[in-house]
Write a protein that binds this ligand. Sequence first.
Ligand code: NAP
Length: 557
Amino acid sequence: MTDGTGSHYEVIVIGAGVAGIYQIKRLTDLGVNAAVLDAAADLGGTWYWNRYPGARFDSESYTYGYSFSEELLNEWHWKERFSGQPENLRYLNYVADKFDLRKFMQFNCKVEAAHFDEADNVWRLTLDDGRRMTCHFIILAVGLLSTPTLPRLEGMDSFKGRSFHTYYWPHQPVELAGRKVAVIGTGATAIQIIAEIADKVGELTVFQRRPNWSAPLNNGPISDLEMADIRARYGDIFAACARTPSGFEHEPDRRGFYDVTREQRLALWDRLYDEPGFGIWLSNFREIFMDEAANAEFSEYIANRIRQRVKNPAVAEKLIPRDHGFGVQRVPLETRYLEAYNRSNVHLVDISETPIEKITEAGLRTTARDYDFDIIVYATGFDAITGSFDRIDIRGVGGETLFDKWREGPSTFLGMLVHGFPNLLMPTGPQSGSASTNFPRGIETGVNWCTDLLQHMWKRGYIRAEATPEAEQSWTAHVTKMYAIMLMRKAKSWFTGYNSNVAGHEHGKVRYFVYNGGAPKYVAKINDAAANGYDGIVLTPDSRSSSRTPLRTTAQV
Ligand code: NAP
């Protein structure tokens, strides 16, 4: 069936990033008639867009790659423990080419609207160039941090130099030598850029509203010998990731914070601070996440590290967060970030004291003075989790929009289905397990579960899947309840839906965006639902016994 003006697919996947690439691999392996659409000019999602200097994983590279193909695991050599953006994009291209997936992808395809047509049981899509498509199932693999947001400042168009959000860092090299550069923001992105460009620019001025806790990445190369060892251990590595709440190899310290002495705590922290990756956050005592006093003691430990690394005591104090403890917001990992402030060409401006009033032709004006710049970098973050869903006009049964349904915050079943929006699947949706874990590990879980559901339907002749309202309410209540025990519920961060640049998201109203129960619990819950005949989902048989086939070929799903 088509609408006469475009193309019809059994499944349309929106987004050709890490999730979309794996999703189309699973579907086309089954012979399903499927396509991936992406607004970008090429594949890669996050790693296509974020080309700013210093962009790299803070997941260990070998835990970030796909685990589905032994051959791929054996072929690919990660060169660094935490690999950089160019290499990451090369990897995704390698995967797409190796498995011949490009032929299923269509680029420069921005989906503006997706409306469910109940009579025909199809989704009708409209692209921004006016093209139309239909599909039975729509899979949103749109990313969690893919809608960048800019400050709402007067004069932003008047600036005569170059300015861009980090997400849109130009594809052509940006001349930095001798330039006066401003970076606005001090989140994970800014922390990577600042450290990387401090010694490459003329002058660098950082405009900080709230400092962020950070810790050293401790990156390093991976030799041929180490890579051979990693290859031999891939089975154990992925098994460890599946066991931990965070989907990393880093396991929490199971000792009680108060059961060990202060000296033992310090010994653990000294060790973790010098180790690569997220150990400092995820291999710490579990009380750090839930107990104010434990968190305060650890935060003071990190504050002292800042005081040791930053020479100017006044600057060091400005870099220490006062409004939240370590780890209750997403922790950025850094490489000589703090040392950047020891350089004479790097300046820190505290805009909580002297706010930015406007962007000017020459630079910007704070309440204290005017600054001249050649380049302004907005490292101001994203309309996280629901932002990319909100920007597509998605309408379900009876014309209800997903935007309206989620206006006060998302509600989902397992983070993967929404009542009122049949045949719409989200392998990494709001309230799923992926945002709070090592993302690719969560992606594989979500994609496999969605694909299994589709296979279940195709085999049994079901044509429609919709979460029940009760199942959705119960899942959302469960997700909400788990925030109650976490200190992070108080943080002004994207985990709680805070974004000062998005109308309605400014005031710290908590949006229950992520599943906090940890990866093993999440996987157990979604597997239970599947094992119980997709309990919580109404599956409708095809009463018309039509001759429709989901297949592109004569293969069996
Ligand atoms: P972010 O963590 O949301 O940080 C945005 C920064 O911009 C904050 O410092 C914020 O200050 C500031 N800001 C926003 N609006 C502003 C305004 N109007 N005026 C002044 N300052 C403003 O965003 P991000 O750094 O892009 O990171 C987002 C997430 O992406 C990270 O948490 C992480 O999950 C992911 N990420 C991952 C990596 C990696 O894997 N290595 C690297 C980069 C990013 P306030 O805090 O005061 O709002």
